[in-house]
Design a protein around this ligand. Sequence first.
Ligand code: ADP
Length: 179
Amino acid sequence: GKRVNRMKVAVFPGTFDPLTLGHLDLIKRGSALFDQLAVAVMTNRSKKPLFTVEERVAQIREAVSGLDNVSVITTDGLTVDLMNRIGADYLMRGLRNTTDFQYERDIAAMNNFLDDQCETVFFLAKPEYQHLSSSILKEVTSSGGDISAYLPKNINEALKQRIEEEKLKQVKEHNEKTR
Ligand code: ADP
């Protein structure tokens, strides 16, 4: 019947400020498991992101350019609404530790309450990426640490550049206040 040929479409929502190799590993594994994978940059999550949504979309597009069943989109509002709009049955998320697990279990239950067709699929983080988070990488870069081993090349460059800009902006603000 028709169901046999049904394409498996998944969405991977996140803030990705910025995308790390931990995220990218999940995207590669999701791309192998599902027929179509949409990485969805959530516009309503992080209050003061370092990169604009447009910047993050461009960065992720470059990082996933070799994966032809992966698309990059933006969304605000409920993930289940996005899933209905694009016809996705699966919601992909990553688990690094028990803190992630408890939080993600509650989100999955809530999404299932909002739409009982929504099936959340969890990927365990690779051991070498378990300790990675976008916020830790931003902090370390800001303090001068080299974390290029954990970021796609284009994003490592963008992160260094943006942090330098932020520092100059702070100097500028200081100078304007003391004028
Ligand atoms: P959010 O604000 O939605 O948590 P993030 O960009 O922080 O956005 O994370 C998006 C998803 O990627 C989450 O499911 C998170 O658990 C997962 N994730 C983050 N870092 C890693 C990593 N190093 N390895 C595997 N999964 C990760």
